[in-house]
Design a protein around this ligand. Sequence first.
Ligand code: HEM
Length: 126
Amino acid sequence: MEEILRAPGLGGGGVPRYARTDLEIAGAHVRTGDLVLLDNGAANHDAAVFTDPDSFDIDRPAVPHLSFGHGAHYCIGAPLARIELQVVFSQLAARFPTLKLGCAPEELSFNAHVLTGGLTALPVTW
Ligand code: HEM
């Protein structure tokens, strides 16, 4: 389930923050008041942290990901989301053993307008 949270990345362009001081990040100058979009999804694919980061590896050793953010604004709903995901993914295959994708994978599209991303639609058959 942690790999399901880590692997897809996030939509919406990133978590918004406004710089409180002038600063420099990896050679980029950021001025006080500038909008900075923090791409947690990109951090979740950092090859320095995750081996073969673009692979979905259900046996991946647990490494903390940033899908719920970090620090003062860490997602307050994370424990609930984890419970919901555990229930869904532990029951889905048992309830629908013949469940499969209802379209070609390349026909799927991602929702870029919400912070947590996700697919615009997920057609399935069983
Ligand atoms: C897989 C599901 C979810 C994901 C990926 C997710 C992701 C996130 C992220 C990345 C943030 C940090 C935003 C920031 O730093 O500005 C956040 C904050 C927040 N999330 Fe979630 N979330 C999920 C589910 C939920 C649920 C189920 C709830 C409520 C029942 C919830 C309520 C909140 C709230 C209230 C905040 C703001 C916390 C604050 O600013 O102090 N989230 N979420």
